[in-house]
Each structure stands twice: as C-alpha cells, then as structure tokens.
Design a protein around this ligand. Structure first.
Ligand code: AMP
Ligand code: GLY
Length: 423
C-alpha cells in the first residue's frame, strides 16, 4: 500500500516509523520529510501547503492514503481539496476538514464550540477592535494573570499571559492593532486557570473515537520550566496523575461531547484530536484543541500503541473504527529533545550530527535534520528526539539521557530535567 505522510518534523518521523511496521506491505513517501524519514521511506521535495503538487504526486505514485502531520495544511483545507478534486477524491486523507481544523485554527471557533457543547473551559470574551471597550471591561472583571490569545494560527506565539492589568490592556490594544497580523484581529480574552497541564489524544472517524495514550510535554526552554516557550523540549507518557478516575472525567465531560458536537454540527472529521487540558484540583478543563498529533508527544505516544497503524487508519477512513480496539503498552516512554544552541531565538543550521551510530536501546526520531553529501546535518531549532521505553518513567529517561549525551553536534542543547516534577 502506498502512503504519503505530510510534514518534516519529529512527529512525522514517528508516524512514518510506526506506519512502516504495518503487517500490510507499505511503501512510504514523506513530503518533504527529513534525514530520519528517509531511512523508512522516500522523501518527496514538495511543500506541505502545495496541494496541487501533492495531488499530482499522489496520482502519479498511486497513493492510497495521506496522513497529514502539521496543522497548517489542515487549516488551509487539504482534506477538502482532495475531497473536491475529481481525480483525487478516492484517496482518503487522515485529518479533519477545513471546518473541523477550525478547532485549532480559530480560538474563537473552539470557544463557541465548547460553549455550545457544555465542555468545561475557561470563561472568555472574544474581542475585536470595534468592541475594545468591552474587552477592557471584561479584563477588569478577571483576576491576574490575564490570558490573551490571538484567534488565528500564530506559530505557537499567539498566547500571552500577563501579570498586570495595565499591561494586559495595552497588549490587547496592540494585538487588535495587528501585532500578530491577521491572526490577532480577533483576540480571545480568557480567565486564567491554575493546575497541571497534560495532553489527551484520540483518533476519530467522525462517529466514534479511540483513546490514545496521554502525554505531558515540557514547553519551556529552561530547566525548572523557565524561559521562553518552545515547540516542546521533551515528553513523557503515561502521565502519573492521569489515573482512571481522572481519565473517565476527561472522556465523559470533554471527549464524548466533542465527538458528539462534531457529529451534531455535521463537521467532517476523520483524524486525530489533541486536547490540551488543565487538571484543576482533579477536574479537567480544555485549554486548547489541536487538529493533529503533538510534537514531541507523538514521539512518546506512538511507540505505546500496539495496534497496526495502517489497520487503524483504514478503519478511520472507512468509518468502521467501532470494529477495532486500540491496545496500549503499559511500559512508559520518555523523549528528550536535542535542540540547536540559541533556539527558540536565533540559531544556526547545517551543523554535522555525529555518533548517531553509538545510540543503543533508544529510538532516534529526527525533528530538524537533512542529508547532504552523505552527512546528516541540523536543519531546525529542534533537531532530534531520543525516545526510550523503561519499566518506569525514570528508567526510560535515564536511557534517553545516556544516548542524548552521546549524539553530538555543534551547539547541542537539551533540558536535563524532563519529568522532574513527577517523581
Ligand atoms: P495554547 O497555545 O492555547 O496551548 O496556550 C499556550 C499555553 O498557555 C498553554 O499551554 C498554557 O500553558 C497556557 N494557557 C493558555 N490558556 C490558559 C488559561 N486559560 N489558563 C492558564 N494557562 C493558559
Ligand atoms: N507540543 C505541543 C504541540 O505539538 O502543539
């Protein structure tokens, strides 16, 4: 079976790695991919948002399924493009429709959806320049810190948490004035929730869903969760406080009403849903939806899924997910991200990565790498995720850290305290 995976990060390498293990003979293509995906399939030099070229490639190479990794092509409607193009509509796309991807692409859309479906989330007001006064008034009713979110996609930078009311008012004004371009022409002003974050994941065929392993990622660049936000510097799965009684609340109060809401509103959704959650004294609240898997969460949850990935995704495409069970390995998996020096600020690319052959016992997922003249070079801020299994999270982390120390490139940086808060 010929399968095309779209994207070029650690998530896509993990998807490719898992898909390649299918009992069905799989021929994998990854657009555009990285040095890691090139080890399990064939990289295709087409950009993730170039639907026309992706379509031509898919036809010429008899692609039978497309798995979309990142949010950008989903929010731009890759699903709808394939569905509405006569010579492409036979190819199932794993990922939501453009409307479904609005759960991630518009914070306002997600808030309205949650309100309509009684899904617990922070109190909010959506503000545009015309009603700036109402925005100020709403801020005045909240306790600090203040949460401001650009409505649209802002490359992970669109959420601001501000201590002081004056600063929050000024920031709101600047956002509406175009600080994040179109993305912040509307701003969701939100009540601040305190608690511990975790991410839950499901795969859905639009009718039913299957729960995938939960994960916790470490977003800040610095140890002790300090410094700037990144795409994620490490992750663990399972999450110790996500016990059966907590996860039952997540399913009953959040996941089931979400799937039901999509169905009721006739929103086409065949793909992954990522629930960014806050555990507030044992009660789950939705912080955000994502219309895709997480990165580096994929690098810890995919190794824990026993199900054959192709069987699972075919059931999604055929809307027969109710016939499948998804069993999860109990053994924890942890991942540690090796980043380029300077990231998430400025950093250099093109540094040679050495000692990959010295790694043993871990799975090396490439995040930002490329092959050039037979060498593997850094090609992004996040470079390599080192994932390991263990009998405990601690054991898994110890193995990842042992191998993280061996892999080398100029400027290598990684957090030494992933999972520190959970021992
Ligand atoms: P998001 O892009 O929506 O995931 O927001 C980025 C981060 O901001 C989240 O991972 C949380 O750490 C934090 N955050 C977002 N909304 C809230 C909220 N209402 N209360 C507390 N923290 C929040
Ligand atoms: N690691 C967070 C994300 O993928 O959005």
């Amino acid at each position: 079976m010929n399968i095309l995976i779209i994207g070029s990060g650690g998530r896509e390498h993990a998807l490719a790695w898992k898909t390649a293990q299918s009992r069905r003979g799989v021929k994998l293509f990854i657009a555009p991919g990285n040095a890691g995906t090139a080890q399990v399939g064939t990289n295709v030099n087409v950009a993730v948002n170039d639907f026309e070229k992706l379509g031509i490639f898919a036809v010429e190479n008899h692609i039978e399924m497309i798995i979309v990794g990142p949010e950008d092509p989903l929010v731009r409607g890759i699903y709808d493009y394939f569905k509405n193009t006569p010579n492409l509509q036979h190819i199932p796309v794993i990922g939501p429709s453009k409307e479904g991807a609005q759960l991630e692409g518009s914070k306002d859309f997600a808030k309205i959806f949650m309100k309509e479906n009684n899904i617990p989330t922070a109190a909010y007001l959506s503000v545009t320049a015309e009603i700036l006064d109402k925005g100020y008034a709403f801020l005045g009713t909240l306790k600090p810190p203040y949460v401001l979110k650009a409505d649209g996609l802002a490359a992970g930078k669109g959420v601001l948490i501000i201590e002081n009311l004056e600063d929050a008012r000024e920031e709101l004004r600047q956002m509406l004035d175009g600080k994040f371009g179109e993305a912040s022409k509307k701003v969701v002003v939100e009540e601040h929730l305190s608690g511990i974050e975790l991410s839950a994941f499901v795969i859905t065929d639009g009718i039913t869903y299957r729960l995938l392993p939960e994960a916790k990622d470490y977003k800040r660049i610095g140890e002790g969760d300090t410094g700037m936000n990144t795409g994620g510097m490490g992750a663990i799965s399972p999450v110790p406080f996500a016990n059966p009684s907590f996860m039952r609340k997540v399913e009953d109060r959040i996941i089931k009403p979400t799937i039901e809401g999509l169905r009721k509103q006739k929103i086409d959704y065949q793909g992954f849903i990522f629930f960014g959650l806050m555990n507030c004294n044992g009660d789950p609240y939705v912080i955000e939806y994502n219309a895709r898997l997480g990165d580096p969460e994929s690098e810890v949850i995919l190794p824990r899924i026993r199900e054959d990935m192709v069987e699972l995704l075919m059931a999604v495409a055929n809307k027969s997910l109710h016939t499948l069970r998804v069993s999860i390995e109990e053994q924890p998996v942890a991942t540690v991200m090796l980043a380029s020096g300077g990231y998430p600020g400025e950093y250099e690319k093109g540094k040679e990565i050495t000692n990959l052959d010295k790694v043993s016992g871990s799975i090396v997922f490439h995040a930002g790498t490329k092959v050039q003249e037979g060498k593997i070079l850094t090609n992004g801020g996040r470079v390599i995720a080192v994932s390991s299994r263990g009998n405990t999270v601690k054991e898994a982390l110890a193995l990842s850290y042992k191998n993280a120390a061996l892999i080398d490139f100029d400027g290598k940086y990684y957090r030494k305290d992933i999972g520190f808060d959970l021992h």
